[in-house]
Structures are given as C-alpha cells and as structure tokens.
Design a protein around this ligand. Sequence first.
Ligand SMILES: [Cu+2]
Length: 348
Amino acid sequence: MSGLMLVFLVVLIFVVLYQVARSSEMVAQIQGEQQFDKKRNKILGFSMLILMIAFFVGIVWCHEYMLPLMGPEAASNHGVQYDFMFKVTLWVTGIVFVLTQVLLFWFCFKYQRNGDKAPVFFAHSNKLELIWTTVPAIAMAVLVAIGLKAWFTMTGEAPKGAMQIEIVGKQFNWISRYPGPDGELGKKYFLNINDKDNLLGQDWKDKRNMDDIIIPNGELRLVKDVPVELIIGSRDVIHDVGLSHFRMKMDAVPGITTRIWFTPTITTAEMKMKTGNENFVYELSCDQMCGKGHYSMRAIVVVETQAEHDKWLKEQKSYYVQNHPEEFPAEAPIVAPVDSSKKITMNK
Ligand SMILES: [Cu+2]
C-alpha cells in the first residue's frame, strides 16, 4: 500500500512540475524572455542544491535500512577478509561517488547561465584524460588484485587436515556426505543414483564408501577453528552453495566438482549470544535460481566444538549400513567411530 502511495506521490509531483512549467512559459511571454531566463536559472540552480541534499539523505537512509540485511559479523576466516575488502571498495568508490556528485550538483548551481558570462568550451584535454583514466585504472587494478588473491585462496588447496564434506544440490534440497572413520569419501557414478537407497550414486565396489555418512536434508556440521573443504556437486541443474554468514558462495554444477574451503570461527551457540537471538541458526541457501522449488533449498549449518562434533559423528550410521540392515545384525551395528587421533591443523 505504501508503495502505491509513493507511486501516486511521484506522479503528482510530475503533474505539479508540468503545470508550473506551463504557467512559467506564460509568465515568460508576459515579462520578456531574458529577465525570465535569469529568474528561472536561479530557481533551477537552487533546486539542484535541494536535490543534492535530498539525494544524500536518501543514500544514508538506504544505507541504514540495507545494512542490517547483511546479517551479523562474518563467521569465518575468509569472511572477515571479504568484509574488509567490501569496506575498502565501498570507501574508495564512495569517496569518488560523493566527490563527483557534489561537484555535479554544485556546478549546476554555481555556473548557472545568467546572461553576462560566456561559458568556457574545450573539446579535449590530454591532462584531464590522463588523470581520469589512469587514477581509476590503478585503483581498480589494486581492488581486483586483492579480490583475485582472496578468490585463489578460497578455491585453492585446503590446509592439510581440513575436514572434507561433500554437498550436493538437487531439485529441491541439499544432500551432505561425510567421510567415515577412513577419512575418505568413496567414488560415485551418476548412473547409480536412485532416491530409494543411493542418493548420491555411490559405487559400492569402492570400499571407502561403506562408512560414508549421508545426511539427506543437507545439514552441515562444522567444527570451530577447523578448516573445512566443501566438495560441491549437483544431481540435475546448476545450484549454488550460499553460506552468507560465512560470506562463502560457489556454484554447484552438474558433471563438475567445485570446491571451496574456509574456517568457521564462531560456533552457533556463540553466535546466539552475540546476536542475542536464541533462535539463531546458520543457513545454507541455494543462490542460483534452479526451478519452482528453489526457495525451499534451505539447510542448517551447525558450528560446534570438536567434542560436540565427535559425539554427533558417533551417533551416525553409515548410509550403506542404513540401507543394508540385513548384512549387519542389530547387535553389532557399524557406526562411524571417531578418529580422534587425527590431528587437525588450525588455520590462522
Ligand atoms: Cu536454487
């Protein structure tokens, strides 16, 4: 409703301006063109100053409104770096933006035509061309270089001992897979995929698959201060792993494996305290429009301590065991034991 009112208001302003312009023309005819021109330019010049103030107030208002939408502080090592880059970019482009806009509006006011001054006109200035080409070029090159460095780090090799979790998108949910005690994910083959007992098409001839744990709702369980490498795939169309709280994002492309790694730095419990929101959860979203159920591709990300993670892992049954209970008598189920001897290198 308020949107409709706003449109109505804008239309109304245009109608008023149009009427004012029409009546001004009539006044001009009565008063004589030259004198009227001076008056009109003065009004237009002042209008430009008022427009400039309204423009900047609007920007500050948008900024105040948009900022909370960014959510709480970054919860990963890379996220902190990206937020810093974002701020640097915003400052650099912001200063240029404010400077150029102030000059634009100020010039409209200051150099309004008043009849007795002839404007200076020059078609070309090498000095000016040189300044406004090289300065932005250097600034952009520096920003891009910093961005590329961050990109190569995020998509580069994960630190030794990083947790590996596979996350696969499908219309319309995520499926996550954790290596069992062997610490390795088994091979897959897409023709093996079936929704009954082989969600990711695991090749059962590969023994590394036997202890792999699959979470069909795509829940990601990460450990604070332990680097995690996400091995990303898709079963059908292009999806996108969006981890906004960690400032991470990567396409899930059918037929191609993509990877990103990062280190979560704040547990879910800690983030609940920081935000003062008892119901806070980290989320995994799909950031690529992938079909009519795209909106429902939400999964939960839990960041916990190593002890909590080990406890959770202990409670999980491997996907193979779950789907072949006849091969495993109930009294001796194969659960995924925790390999606590494996030392994980911290990424600082
Ligand atoms: Cu989607």
